[in-house]
Design a protein around this ligand. Structure first.
Ligand code: ATP
Ligand code: MG
Length: 553
């Protein structure tokens, strides 16, 4: 699907490393914190990490960065695994930072023994006040020069649960005047009497991100540890800890976060939308989560194509959601089954049609020569869209109007003969005649018409419900506006059409299948469907409706 593209900067580094024999195997990891569902930004990181070891010899681990017991849950772990698999990737080892709590504790003791870590008793406020600023050095804590023995004793007692939350920390002993603020004696461990989703109540001290991430990389012998740009200042500490602990030298590389417009890509913010019921759940089809995109009808191929297309950058930028929509539209055009569904019906009576019914054939997908065809019943009464008829049409209106001819898709040419109205003047039905020699595929009428309409036979129509989605937010970057980001939610992001009329083959609709409702867009069956009612979600329109809006001005 994708055209040849040049190497990204990580591929260049890896090719160099393989060429000069630095590594024979490349090991990467995808390290989510299980505190929410994955979103489209994570998809970039997944495609990058797994993509590299598909391209080069090696493998990728899935590592849950579960060092924060308060926000993490098993539900999130399960959803993350499902999403990575759905995207089409297989991890070599499933690991958890919490698997390493014992080893990390040993590493901490090693630093204490080397007089490179100390137990500090000052409060968080005092610590912040003594940290200095980027232009002023910080101040040493009065506890900085405790003896190795005393540090060891206190740290063991921290682990044994002798102290309440927050009264002591373990800090690295580096340099309170370091130009990199993160090197000013960073905290390695804090006390937190909290239940952990995997280790239960075994631990009451938990390692900080910086004392878990790089060490976990090292334990797993990750060669290329890829993270996002906000971790650039952490790299110095990452390297310092590996060097002092004398463990496997993993290397950290940073790439730009990928965010898309008209939504938010932060688990914390998405959680607020879920908790405050602005959406129906993490997999609400309006959500930028992988599970939301899946329910919306996105295919793994289209998400991977999107990640590939936007590539890997070294500077943060916002990607237009139109690129994502383009990718899914392109894929669905190739695989979706064509079906006819009328959203807002206008009844047409074909006055000169004398048969009871007739079975017509229509191809499933003109883009797929092996796609086959399906049967569609035709009868005297059909529905077309109300807006495909105009009593007083403007010039160049090629749809149905008094005296005008149109083709019914895969059926006949009809001509509008009479408009029927109720006492209030509303159009109730339109009477037409049909041209028997104009049947699609065997047309000998010699008549050419410009408009082709979709339709369903009234008697055979299947009722269904359709959900139409629009952007979740009204502005490109809701987090960049004044006030709370939720003030910028689009109030019209969901429109439900409780009853639409589908051709009868839709009774057989199944979940993995994708459909193009002709002239309407791409749709997928929702899991809220049951035997009595089918519910379809709109994945994306046939054209970029927003690009048109912008042009109109
Ligand atoms: P969030 O703010 O949404 O919670 P996070 O970075 O805290 O994101 P993690 O679970 O820590 O989420 O992320 C797992 C991996 O995915 C990390 O390597 C992280 O850098 C990467 N990642 C997260 N968000 C993005 C994004 N928008 N673009 C690219 N990579 C991302
Ligand atoms: Mg995080």
């Amino acid at each position: 699907m994708s055209e040849e593209r040049s190497l990204n900067f990580l591929e260049e580094i890896i090719e160099e490393d393989l060429k000069n024999g630095k590594y024979k195997t490349i090991v990467t990891r995808f390290p989510p914190e299980p505190n929410g569902y994955l979103h489209i930004g994570h998809a970039s990181s997944i495609c990058l990490n797994f993509g590299l070891t598909q391209k080069y010899p090696g493998y990728t681990n899935l590592r849950f960065d579960d060092t924060n017991p308060v926000t993490e849950e098993t539900e999130y772990v399960d959803s993350i695994k499902e999403d990575v698999k759905w995207l089409g990737f297989e991890w070599k080892h499933e690991r958890y930072a919490s698997d390493y709590f014992e080893t990390l504790y040993e590493f901490a003791l090693k630093l204490i023994d080397k007089n490179l870590a100390y137990v500090d008793d000052i409060s968080a406020e005092e610590m912040a006040a003594m940290k200095g600023t980027p232009t002023e050095p910080g101040k040493d804590s009065p506890f900085r020069n405790r003896s190795v023995e005393e540090n060891r004793d206190l740290f063991v007692r921290m682990k044994n649960g002798e102290f309440p939350d927050g009264v002591r920390t373990l800090r690295a002993k580096i340099d309170m005047a370091h130009i990199n603020m993160l090197m000013r004696d960073p905290i390695l461990y804090r006390i937190k009497h909290a239940h952990h989703h995997r280790t239960g109540d075994k631990w009451c001290i938990y390692p900080m991100y910086d004392f878990a991430h790089g060490q976990s990389d090292s334990i797993e012998e990750i060669t290329h540890s890829i993270c996002t740009l906000e971790f650039v200042p952490h790299r110095e500490l990452y390297d310092w800890l590996i060097e002092k602990l004398e463990i496997y030298p993993s290397h950290q590389y940073e790439f730009a976060r990928r965010n898309i417009n008209y939504t938010v890509t932060s688990k914390r913010k998405l959680l607020q939308l879920v908790n405050e019921k602005h959406v129906t759940g993490w997999d609400d089809p309006r959500m930028p989560t992988i599970s939301g995109l899946r329910r919306r009808g996105y295919t793994p191929e289209s998400v991977r194509e999107f990640c590939d297309r936007i590539g890997v950058a070294k500077r943060d930028n916002m990607v237009d959601v139109g690129v994502l929509e383009f990718c899914v539209r392109e894929h669905l055009n190739r695989i979706a089954l064509r079906r006819m569904v009328v959203f807002d019906p206008l009844k047409i009576v074909i006055t000169n049609y004398t048969k009871d019914e007739e079975i017509l054939l229509s191809e499933n997908n003109p883009e797929d020569e092996n796609g086959g065809s399906r049967e569609i019943p035709f009868s005297k009464e059909i529905y077309i869209e109300r807006d495909d008829f105009m009593e007083v049409p403007p010039k160049k209106y090629f749809r149905l109007a008094p005296g005008q001819l149109v083709r019914l898709k895969s059926a006949y040419i009809i001509k509008c003969e009479e408009v029927v109205k109720d006492a209030a003047g509303n159009i109730t039905e339109v009477h037409c005649s049909y041209i028997p020699e104009s049947k699609s595929g065997e047309d000998t009428s010699g008549i050419h018409v410009k408009g082709t309409l979709h339709w369903v036979s009234v008697r055979h129509a299947v009722k269904a419900t359709v959900r139409l989605y629009d952007r979740l937010f009204r502005v490109e970057d809701p987090t960049d506006e004044a006030g709370d980001f939720k003030e910028y939610l689009n109030p019209d992001s969901l429109q439900v059409l409780p009853v639409v009329y589908a051709e009868p083959s839709m009774k057989q609709a199944v979940l993995p299948e994708r459909y193009q409702f002709i002239r309407k867009g791409y749709f997928v069956l929702d899991r809220d469907s049951d035997n009595d009612n089918l519910v379809f979600n709109k994945t994306v329109g046939l054209k970029d409706a927003w690009a048109k809006e912008v042009k109109k001005g």
